[in-house]
Design a protein around this ligand. Structure first.
Ligand code: ADP
Length: 230
């Protein structure tokens, strides 16, 4: 009963937060679609492309919110099944960086470095969700700065760092950032739900790993994950 009540409270909180968070990307979508059409009719290719980029960013934003909610719902219901396979972590990380290239802000750049043995036995879907979440945050909370994904594997474990030179997290709020719905007070004009890191932490725990971070206001943030390789 207690669990049911907590879940239903979470859902109603999510619905009110999501309807608020959906409005901005939806109206951005609508106006960009109208503008893209106008520019296309006038044959202005570069402006058309700019608005198509905005449409992609808005759709990604909506998709991220929905994915986070579905992940959280599954985690709450205890329905996350791990599906462990052996894969090449280097290829996997390169693929994620390539995918993210489509979504980072203009002027940003993602670079990846890899060191050590490449095979890992983990849940690809969960690890992907974790890395996309951290890289999306690195992009969202930075300007035209470099984002780095640094992977170093040893025979037993893998260390993954996502490094940005963005706005940072105020020190007095750092202890709360894995809390559900928590957003630091320097994010007021940046959209978000405060769910991503809560999910990331729980996913990392499912993978039997750990997560930590270092952040300085106005200097940048590094998230550091350690995972067993098998
Ligand atoms: P959201 O980004 O939707 O607000 P998250 O759970 O992903 O939610 O992050 C929680 C909060 O942690 C953010 O609102 C922000 O204050 C802070 N945060 C997370 N990642 C970063 C980062 N890379 N740089 C600065 N602040 C961050």
């Amino acid at each position: 009963m207690e669990r049911e009540r907590a879940l239903s409270e979470l859902k109603s909180r999510f619905v009110s937060m999501a309807s608020h968070e959906f409005r901005t990307p939806l109206s951005a979508l609508l106006s960009s679609a109208a503008l893209a059409q106008q520019y296309l009719e006038r044959g202005e290719a570069s402006k058309t492309i700019k608005h198509i980029e905005k449409i992609k960013a808005s759709v990604k934003n909506l998709n991220d919110i929905l994915n986070d909610f579905l992940s959280l719902d599954k985690l709450e219901q205890g329905g996350v099944q791990m599906s462990i396979t052996r894969f090449d972590l280097r290829e996997f990380a390169e693929g994620i960086c390539e995918e993210m290239e489509n979504f980072i802000k203009p002027g940003q750049d993602i670079s990846m470095s890899f060191d050590g043995p490449v095979d890992i036995d983990q849940d690809q879907h969960i690890l992907r969700n974790v890395l996309i979440n951290l890289l999306s945050n690195a992009s969202k909370y930075s300007g035209e700065e470099k984002i780095q994904l640094v992977v170093a594997a040893t025979p037993d474990s893998v260390s993954i760092r996502v490094i940005d030179k963005g706005i940072g997290i105020p020190e007095h709020q750092q202890q709360h950032i894995f809390g559900r719905f928590f957003r630091a007070d320097n994010t007021s004009n940046i959209q978000g739900t405060g769910l991503g890191l809560n999910i990331v932490k729980r996913y990392v725990e499912l993978m039997k790993g750990s997560i930590a971070f270092k952040s300085e206001l106005g200097v940048g943030t590094t998230f550091h994950i350690e995972l067993p390789r098998a």
